[in-house]
Write a protein that binds this ligand. Structure first.
Ligand SMILES: Cc1cc2nc3c(=O)[nH]c(=O)nc-3n(C[C@H](O)[C@H](O)[C@H](O)COP(=O)(O)OP(=O)(O)OC[C@H]3O[C@@H](n4cnc5c(N)ncnc54)[C@H](O)[C@@H]3O)c2cc1C
Length: 531
């Protein structure tokens, strides 16, 4: 880190697509990015396979894309936000091209577009089949490294926000070995990704552990729609953590889902068969596995011998797991993949706390409602990152001190709050199992209450350990919100309320205080339903 850095006027937490894009869009304004992992690592963005959705094909429109987004979100998408998302998509794809992303093109030089589930048109731009995330991140990292106004601090995890009078004053960060760094700033952007790693089976990197949501909630920000977690139907079932993904584009290109009897089980369940909305396909795959019939993605006819050329990442993941996708069906299982919920934000990424913005997967702007449309999340990351940058460039609050504050330094303190012991690791394992068992693809009041009771015990035990307390806070808020929503909608499926209910056709907003009150109510003996 440069010792003559003047000030941390703007701090961005997270270096995935959203964080890097905010920094680039703010250039030449000085910004500091702090990130848990080295650049390019520990970010879902680098692992994205399918691509980024934008209505750029002749005949397709941003309006049609917004309508598909709204339909996928099962009645609770914020339509204004969806129209912003889709109408700014083409310009953001242009930005990514200008930063050097080598999107695939056809022989005429036009961008090559692929079809994904629940899109009414071919509108997903991709790179070498399944390398979109990796290629976008590679281009953006080069662009960031070339900018002298962007300072990147790698290996520090933000765990606590400092506030005064409902406004942000800085971010406390730690390395895995307990070195502490306080970044003093009145303008903080959280771009720390998702929550998949709170679940035992996930496609997300381990850094996606929900700490940022807890930090924001503890500082007083509202969260939104936290009960809505998307499970990807086709993670490769190879007993690895995280679970490698077999992209939806394979189904877009004709791969089918079969059980061990060779029966194509989606064909009878939905008119769109394998390209039905993700929650429907994920539940079907879950049930085939649960009932012992097994679930497999059969790419033999649709992709066949071209697999390695067309989908090099998936091919490698399969071969690493001892599967040859050219000659045998790929065993698949659903895995926690994307959080529709997050820190409540408006159309410019502003949270309910002064000086705190959020964008990318950590935010909940209302773009996805109860279910995200495929390839809309990379899009959300760039569209709202650009809007956060636009807002910050007009509303940045400058500190009175122009020199680096003396508190911005590494101190060897508070190790006990962050270092993970064997007991902590054991409890994290149990938390992930509880989330997978009771707060996942099928939920009911009994299971959710059981999980909440145990998660609450663990949260009390670990209240002074920041990492555990943050993870457990987010896990509990997801569980509490899932208990409150007594219906089924999109990614949230309750076996005890298995239909949508019109009184629940709205988004939900929750503060930590409200969540704690609800937890106490739910855990009272003989507690009835919320409605
Ligand atoms: C396997 C996979 C495939 C996917 N495929 C697609 C796809 O094809 N199309 C699509 O649209 N979406 C896809 N998604 C979803 C999409 O990749 C993510 O939603 C999106 O990349 C999120 O970007 P982000 O910048 O918000 O978060 P991330 O890219 O996850 O970046 C988060 C950053 O924050 C850092 N971080 C986390 N916590 C902290 C902390 N407390 N302090 C400091 N740093 C922190 C992380 O290390 C990382 O740098 C996929 C996701 C996965 C996992």
């Amino acid at each position: 880190m440069s010792s003559d850095w003047q000030q941390n006027e703007i701090v961005i937490v997270g270096a995935g697509l959203a964080g890097l894009f905010v920094a680039l869009k703010l250039s030449p304004t000085p910004v500091t990015i702090v990130t848990s992992a080295p650049l390019g690592k520990g970010a879902s963005s680098s692992w994205a396979q399918g691509g980024i959705a934008a209505a750029i094909e002749k005949g397709d429109t941003a309006f049609a894309h917004a309508m598909d987004t709204i339909a996928a979100g099962a009645g609770i998408v914020n339509a204004h936000i969806a129209h912003i998302l889709t109408s700014q998509a083409a310009s953001r794809v242009e930005d990514l091209l200008s930063y050097g992303t080598p999107f695939d093109r056809n022989l005429e030089g036009d961008l090559l577009l692929s079809q994904e589930a629940a899109h009414s048109a071919r509108r997903v731009v991709r790179v070498k089949g399944d390398k979109a995330g990796w290629a976008i991140m590679k281009a953006l990292i080069s662009a960031v490294r070339a900018k002298s106004n962007i300072q990147v601090i790698e290996g520090y995890t933000a765990k606590k926000l400092a506030t005064k009078n409902n406004a942000i004053t800085g971010v406390h960060c730690w390395t895995g070995k307990g070195q502490h760094l306080f970044l003093r700033s009145r303008n903080v952007v959280l771009a720390a990704g998702g929550i998949g790693a709170l679940y035992k089976i996930t496609t997300n990197p381990k850094q996606a552990n929900g700490e940022a949501l807890a930090m924001a909630a503890k500082a007083g920000a509202y969260l939104a729609d936290t009960e809505f977690v998307q499970f990807h139907p086709t993670a490769i079932n190879a007993d690895t953590d995280p679970a490698p993904l077999a992209t939806e584009a394979l189904r877009g290109d004709g791969a089918t889902l079969i059980n061990k009897n060779g029966t194509r089980f989606m064909a009878n369940l939905n008119t769109d068969a394998e390209l039905a909305p993700r929650d429907i396909v994920a539940r079907a795959v879950f049930r085939e596995n649960r009932d012992g019939r097994g679930a497999f993605l059969d790419c033999r006819d649709a992709i066949g011998a071209d697999f390695e050329t067309l989908f090099p990442s998936v091919y490698k993941k399969c071969r690493d797991a001892g599967i040859d996708p050219v000659t045998e069906p790929i065993p698949v299982a659903p895995a926690a993949h994307f959080h529709m919920g997050g820190i409540h934000t408006d159309a410019f990424g502003r949270t309910t706390l002064n000086g705190l913005w959020a964008c990318g997967e950590v935010a909940s702007s209302g773009a996805h409602g109860a279910n995200r449309l495929a390839s809309n999340s990379l899009l959300e990351a760039v569209v709202f990152a650009a809007r956060v940058a636009e807002d910050l460039s007009q509303n940045t609050v400058f500190s009175t001190a122009s020199k680096r504050n003396k508190k911005d330094q590494i101190e060897e303190i508070d190790r006990a709050k962050v270092i993970l012991s064997n007991t902590h690791r054991k409890d994290i394992k149990e938390m992930r199992e509880l989330m997978d068992h009771y707060v996942a693809i099928e939920r009911n009041a009994q299971g959710l209450k059981h999980a909440l009771a145990r998660l609450t015990q663990m949260a009390t035990k670990h209240r002074n350990h920041l990492t555990l307390s943050n993870m457990l806070t987010t896990a509990r808020i997801i569980t509490i919100s899932a208990l409150m929503r007594e219906e089924s909608r999109g990614g949230h499926y309750r076996t005890d309320f298995d239909h949508p209910r019109k009184e629940w056709a709205h988004r939900t907003y929750i503060s930590l205080e409200q969540a704690e009150q609800a937890a106490r109510d739910f855990l009272k003996p003989n507690r009835g339903s919320m409605q």
